[in-house]
Design a protein around this ligand. Structure first.
Ligand SMILES: [Ca+2]
Ligand SMILES: [Ca+2]
Length: 235
């Protein structure tokens, strides 16, 4: 009664062995199923060449046509001190009436024949001044002082003699100082000066005042010539 059971067991084992051999052979030799989808080989991704954006050419801004014409005017009468009669346009208060400030005297001249020769006399309370009153045109956008100066001195140390140019009210109150030098700033040649006032003072009546103050020893001469108080306006 046990034999059939063993036979069954053997047959079962043989079947398993055969089954295994058959299965291995089938895997090794099985043709590629034509129906199996084979993916195309995957190569490295090649990025398409980047095309840099080409900026449209930038056209320079086209300025709008000026809405006005720029005009410059020297507000000073007799700005180079050379018109006649001598000293016209300027109000002078010299140290000594025998020595008018605007003069052809001396050898230094920036524009012939005259200049303003201030100080140069060593005296107590030796103060010179000249001024000219002007009305700045309405619409003025800038106010600029230009000119030339020379300083010659007998002083050799310390500061005792001074010169300044100021814009003042008709009553004398200071508006703004444009120039300040002293005997320590001696020159050897005519030297240009330039100052732009911080406000154009359009429409205002003002004075341009030059003044010097000297002590009683070792004189210093301050020379000025070819001044311009230039108003720029847009009309
Ligand atoms: Ca002159
Ligand atoms: Ca002096």
């Amino acid at each position: 009664m046990s034999y059939p059971a063993r036979l069954i067991a053997f047959a079962t084992s043989a079947s398993l062995v055969i089954g295994c051999a058959s299965a291995g052979s089938a895997l090794d030799e099985a043709p590629v199923d034509a129906g199996v989808k084979v993916d195309a080989p995957t190569g490295p991704t090649v990025d398409a060449p980047l095309t840099l954006p080409i900026d449209a050419p930038i056209s320079p801004p086209i300025d709008a046509p000026p809405a006005c014409t720029t005009t410059t005017t020297n507000l000073l009468t007799n700005p180079a001190f050379d018109m006649t009669p001598l000293g016209m346009g300027w109000v002078q208060t010299p140290i000594d009436p025998l020595y008018p400030i605007i003069t052809p005297d001396g050898t230094l001249v920036q524009s012939a024949p005259n200049k303003a020769w201030m100080a140069g006399l060593a005296r107590a309370n030796a103060n010179d001044s000249i001024y000219q009153q002007v009305t700045v045109p309405a619409g003025t956008t800038s106010l600029v002082l230009t000119g030339f100066y020379e300083i010659r001195t007998q002083e050799f140390i310390g500061v005792y003699d001074r010169a300044k140019i100021e814009l003042v009210q008709p009553g004398g109150a200071l508006i703004q100082q444009a120039f300040a030098k002293d005997n320590s700033h001696a020159t050897t040649a005519w030297t240009p000066l330039s100052f732009t006032f911080s406000a154009p003072h359009a429409g205002a009546t003002v004075r341009l005042r030059l003044s010097t103050a000297s002590d009683s020893t070792d004189s210093t001469s301050f020379f000025f010539d070819s001044l311009a108080l230039t108003a720029t306006s847009c009309q």
